[in-house]
Design a protein around this ligand. Structure first.
Ligand SMILES: Cc1cc2nc3c(=O)[nH]c(=O)nc-3n(C[C@H](O)[C@H](O)[C@H](O)COP(=O)(O)OP(=O)(O)OC[C@H]3O[C@@H](n4cnc5c(N)ncnc54)[C@H](O)[C@@H]3O)c2cc1C
Length: 431
């Protein structure tokens, strides 16, 4: 932001951070929202460094995950990367797929490459290249799960352009993965990090770095309008503010609501982005209550298993300091685009359903010593087919309006590093 400008950061809730929130409860350190970030994406590490924060990597001894098949946790096969295999032995030896399913996946290099540049859903892409079992048993929970998405509508161009590039440039995912730099074709758990005190450290350090008076919490913006003089804001307490330029850093639907008066066409484009609702359930147990060794980062659940959770992180295996001595912490995800019915359950029913499935999957006895449910309504933007064209339209409308910069998780990536990059770019456009 240009020097000499007065900047005001208006936050509706009593605290900064949005869905990033770390809590300390009964000796556990739990995350209500995100629990880690990808260190390979630009923007996040320079920001952490500027704030003198020290990222903590995932436990190097336990860098593997599991996929549920027929109620059992099976390790992600060696050499698999999000949706495709890069190791023949890894594919052949895994009990995750049937023999016909494995043979179909082995034929992937022979499938003619599509190079027409058209968008395709994750489901159509994986079925075409690797077969339907690869989709239902792996790509849906693993790749689609990142966005808690329905693979039938998730845009490959927006969510996984690197796989389209492999097909285009190498003719197959198999060849594309063989050509990746050494060590980057398998799952890359080592590239995820958090902080010793959880992701809240990032929020607290950012808030503390602002000059006094810049951040106003409990200051929701109710209405926006625009005229030749600039932006006029009505806050929830009825007070009025004026601004020469405005950065709207909200979810897509909240941004659509606020911008409806100023630019209904832009608001309609924003409002057309579907957002799924998710819940996270953190559960603490005494170590001896859980039979499973929890020797990994966690597991994902294919929708075909018909269970009440999408995935579960073994939080206390993943990062140090998440559970008190002799205890473990895990965190399940529920809801998403495929299971809105579960998100809609009352708290007690949702907890009962998820806990019942976890008991069976992990051999849990007795009641949790800690239970914490967090809900994130319409929080997960769904980059559906044609998403990138929509984003281009939104960017063009933003430019036409002038004095406005949009940023957030619905534009070009939903992860924390993407949001940091999006925010920095928005600030740059207003400078
Ligand atoms: C459950 C969950 C788990 C996730 N896990 C990960 C992960 O592990 N790693 C990762 O990289 N990403 C993860 N993500 C994605 C990532 O966390 C989010 O995309 C990102 O944090 C969004 O940040 P944001 O500030 O753009 O939006 P939000 O966090 O939604 O914040 C928006 C803020 O705007 C405020 N607000 C709303 N309306 C108004 C108004 N009218 N006036 C003023 N203020 C308003 C809200 O109070 C809120 O504080 C996860 C997301 C969720 C929901």
């Amino acid at each position: 932001m240009a020097a000499g400008r007065e900047v005001l950061l208006l936050e509706a809730s009593p605290r900064a951070g949005g869905c990033i929130r770390t809590l300390r409860r009964e000796g556990f350190l739990l995350e209500e929202g995100p629990d880690s970030f990808l260190t390979t994406k630009p923007a996040i590490l320079p920001l952490a460094e500027a704030l003198t924060l020290q990222p903590v990597g995932t436990n190097p001894q336990l860098r593997r995950s599991f996929v549920v098949r027929s109620g059992r946790l099976l390790p992600v096969p060696e050499g698999f990367y999000l949706m495709a295999p890069a190791s023949l032995s890894g594919l052949w030896e895994t009990p995750l797929f049937s023999v016909p399913g494995k043979l179909r996946m082995m034929m992937e290099p022979l499938v003619p490459a599509r190079r027409d540049g058209k968008d395709e859903s994750l489901a159509a892409f994986v079925r075409r290249r690797l077969g339907s079992e690869a989709l239902t048993r792996f790509a849906q929970p693993m790749a689609g799960g990142i966005h808690t998405a329905d693979p039938e509508t998730l845009s490959m161009q927006a969510a996984f352009p690197q796989f389209l590039a492999m097909e285009r440039e190498h003719g197959s995912l198999w060849k594309g993965l063989q050509n990746l730099p050494r060590g980057t074709s398998g799952p890359r758990y080592g590239l995820f990090a958090s902080f010793a005190g959880g992701l809240q450290e990032l929020v607290d350090a950012l808030a503390a770095s602002l000059p006094p008076g810049v951040l106003r919490t409990g200051a929701g913006v109710l209405r926006l309008s625009r005229d030749a003089g600039g932006w006029h804001l009505t806050l929830a307490d009825g007070s009025l503010l004026e601004a020469g330029s405005l950065c709207v850093a909200l979810g897509a639907l909240a941004a659509a609501r606020l911008l409806d008066d100023a630019d209904p066409v832009l608001a309609a484009q924003l409002g057309g982005i579907a957002c799924a609702s998710t819940a996270t359930l953190s559960l603490g147990f005494r170590r001896e209550q859980v039979e499973h060794p929890l020797d990994g980062m966690g597991f994902v659940v294919p929708a075909a298993e018909g269970l009440s959770l999408l995935s579960c992180s073994f939080s206390s295996s993943k990062f140090p300091g998440r559970a008190p001595e002799g205890h473990v912490l895990m965190r399940a995800f529920a809801g998403g685009a495929l299971r809105p019915d579960l998100f809609g359950l009352p708290d007690a029913d949702l907890i009962t359903a998820v806990l019942a499935d976890l008991r069976k999957l992990l051999g849990i006895s007795g009641d949790p010593v800690l239970t914490h449910l967090a809900r994130h309504p319409v929080s997960m933007p769904q980059p559906r087919l044609g998403h990138l064209e929509r984003v281009s339209r939104i960017e063009a409308l933003e430019k036409d309006l002038g004095g406005l910069a949009l940023c957030g998780n619905y534009l070009r990536g939903a992860g924390i590093p993407d949001c940091v990059a999006s925010g920095e770019a928005a600030a740059g456009r207003l400078a």
